[in-house]
Design a binder for this molecule. Structure first.
Ligand code: DHK
Length: 159
């Protein structure tokens, strides 16, 4: 398990905040290979995740980028601005040491999400650098994986 946060982002009493990051091509959800990724748009998925977070008394900040450096910068900022990170690194899962390093230095709970079951797909999708920094990994459950990630993060942030 990732270490407990040494630098809590919230003053006592304020809602804890989850950064939800989405990597390249996830802005195309809804039209992108719906037989694999489903028919919901990213906005619909993030709205549902934010609604569940609100029910649990948590705040969310959802972002998407097709650029690795944006994701690295947002993870660095999360050190002081958020209490936990949910990330679907998409195509950067299998390549990005930079995202792994940023997640390691964030010193926050991290939950890695994939819509599809990457282990049933091509062999090149099976290895994840990000998993080395993840408290937990959810894959293969479609958009519901983000809801489960929010619920799991809620439990982690209570510990
Ligand atoms: C999304 C992607 O864009 C792919 O590159 C990954 C992941 C799988 C997903 O299932 O959410 O291999």
């Amino acid at each position: 398990m990732a270490p407990a946060s040494p630098n809590p982002a919230r003053p006592p009493g304020q809602a804890k905040s989850i950064l939800i990051l989405n990597g390249p091509n996830l802005n195309m959800l809804g039209t992108r290979q719906p037989e694999i990724y489903g028919r919901e748009t990213l906005q619909e998925i993030m709205t549902a995740a934010a609604r569940r977070a609100t029910e649990l008394g948590l705040a969310t900040d959802a972002r998407q980028s097709n650029h690795e450096g944006d994701l690295v910068t947002w993870i660095q900022q999360a050190r002081s601005e958020h209490d936990g990170i949910i990330i679907n690194p998409a195509g950067y899962t299998t390549t990005s040491v930079a995202i792994l390093d940023a997640l390691l230095l964030a010193e926050k709970p991290v939950i890695e999400v994939h819509l599809s079951n990457i282990h049933r797909r091509e062999a090149f999708r099976h290895h994840s650098y990000v998993s080395k920094a993840a408290t937990g990994v959810i894959c293969g459950l479609g958009s519901h994986g983000y809801i489960l990630a929010v619920e799991a993060m809620g439990r982690l942030l209570k510990q």
